[in-house]
Design a protein around this ligand. Structure first.
Ligand code: FE2
Length: 183
């Protein structure tokens, strides 16, 4: 089950939990309200037949999907690669991931530019809105297997911060100001 918390500012290993002292957790509804990040719980044992994922895909127009694995064995230059995932960036489209096995952290900025760490593991599906600054890291398990989804032809291009003038960023800031409304 997904958990989210505000991060400390320690710059040691990105794969550690980076809790504040004392820990400061955020519930899923609050996470949505303050960042627009959406969450779905998927049963990884039954998702191919239970219809839950199919309905989400249909409702949201996800027409493309593939699977990725990140691990020391599957990624050449693993240490460099995970540092590149950890560069703060945004996209012009949603970033949608369903974790099938393993685990990792998606970090997103809140409206006050504080980092929120979202711990994902099997069954967690998250939708990171376009225009939000974020980054990803493996955790100390160094393994994740996930599905990626996209509306139409996939574009995985990251725009590293600063990207404040991009329309996707401006749209996101507008939604943040107006308040996120459940889809
Ligand atoms: Fe991203």
């Amino acid at each position: 089950m997904v958990k989210a918390w505000y991060m400390d500012s320690d710059t040691n290993d990105q794969r550690l939990e980076h809790h504040r002292n004392p820990p400061q957790f955020i519930g899923l509804q609050d996470l949505y309200a303050i960042t627009g990040v959406e969450y779905f719980n998927i049963n990884v044992e039954t998702y191919t037949t239970d219809g839950v994922l199919e309905k989400i895909k249909k409702d949201r127009g996800y027409t493309y999907e593939d699977e990725i694995t990140c691990s020391k064995d599957s990624l050449p230059n693993y240490e460099e690669k995970i540092k590149s995932f950890y560069e703060e960036h945004l996209h012009t489209d949603e970033e949608i991931r369903l974790v099938l096995d393993g685990s990792g952290y998606f970090d997103v900025r809140d409206g006050d530019d504080q980092w929120i760490r979202i711990a994902v593991s099997a069954g967690d599906m998250i939708v990171i809105p376009s225009g939000i600054y974020h980054r990803f890291t493996l955790d100390t398990n160094n393994f994740i297997h996930a599905k990626r989804f996209f509306i139409g032809e996939p574009v995985w291009l990251p725009y590293n911060r600063p990207a404040d003038d991009m329309p996707a960023r401006q749209d996101y800031l507008h939604k943040l100001k107006e308040g996120f409304v459940a889809a």
